[in-house]
Design a protein around this ligand. Structure first.
Ligand code: ZN
Length: 247
């Protein structure tokens, strides 16, 4: 029996102006999606990052309160490399994010404030396509992002947001989950691959804290991931997304 190659990816829609990326941790965008962000900001689009946590539980040898400041600074520097000037931190607890109404409300508030066309999050499926399980925070944030985007458009959900001055925003056309095993779309990142690597390498304290392994080799990890994705799009390097339409 011959093994079938995976099906080709379709290009994502790039006819938009503003995207809001909502992810659990500093470094989540950089493991595959940051090169695509570099492409979009180079096109003149605006991309804003919202981090649900500050990644304060991410370095075994560093106390969380010290780690929080280090990782926030690394994320801000990393984002700047791919043309993102606004990075916000929602302050939920790293490693133990709860899917629930407080998270949905915070996400809805961010969507109403930034009024994006596209919302980006990371894979919220149970695995990355093999047996290796996804992390609980990623699943909680991805699910809450889908729901919070809907909540942002409904005046009668989280009424306190209107009282705060945040009018409903129902302009989000699609939510894109990066590196999902259910991804069917991708974007050519060949011209921005190096910026993507540099943005991951900006998480220096985090990468050093990982020790030896595939996740700490920024260039090697992104090379193999982006090349495999690029092959399915017919280009050298690419980033993949699961596209969830909302309208
Ligand atoms: Zn993460």
């Amino acid at each position: 029996m011959t093994e079938q190659p995976p099906p080709p990816f379709e290009p994502v829609d790039e006819d938009w102006q503003t995207a809001l990326a909502i992810v659990a941790h500093p470094d989540d965008m950089e493991y595959g999606a940051a090169a695509a962000v570099a492409r979009w900001t180079a096109q003149g689009k605006t991309v804003v990052y919202v981090m649900v946590t500050s990644g304060e539980a991410g370095i075994d040898g560093m106390d969380p309160e010290q780690c929080r400041a280090v990782r926030e600074q690394e994320q801000i520097a990393s984002a700047a490399i791919v043309g993102v000037d606004v990075v916000e931190f929602l302050g939920h607890p790293d490693g133990v994010i709860e899917y629930g109404l407080p998270l949905r409300r915070d996400i809805a508030r961010a969507v109403r404030r930034h009024r994006p066309d596209i919302v980006i999050t990371t894979n919220f499926r149970d695995t990355y396509g093999g047996v290796f399980p996804n992390q609980a925070d990623h699943i909680a944030v991805g699910r809450a992002t889908l729901d919070g985007v809907r909540d942002a458009g409904n005046r009668w959900v989280f009424r306190e947001l209107v009282a705060e001055g945040h009018e409903p925003w129902d302009g989000v056309r699609q939510v894109w989950a990066a590196a999902s095993p259910d991804g069917r779309h991708a974007v050519d990142t060949t011209e921005h691959f190096d910026a993507g690597v540099a943005s991951l390498e900006a998480h220096r304290a985090y990468l050093d804290g990982l020790g030896e392994g595939p996740m700490s080799d920024a260039a090697g990890f992104l090379e193999s991931m982006s090349r495999a994705t690029g092959t399915r799009l017919g280009v050298r390097y690419a980033s993949s997304f699961e596209v969830i339409p909302l309208r």
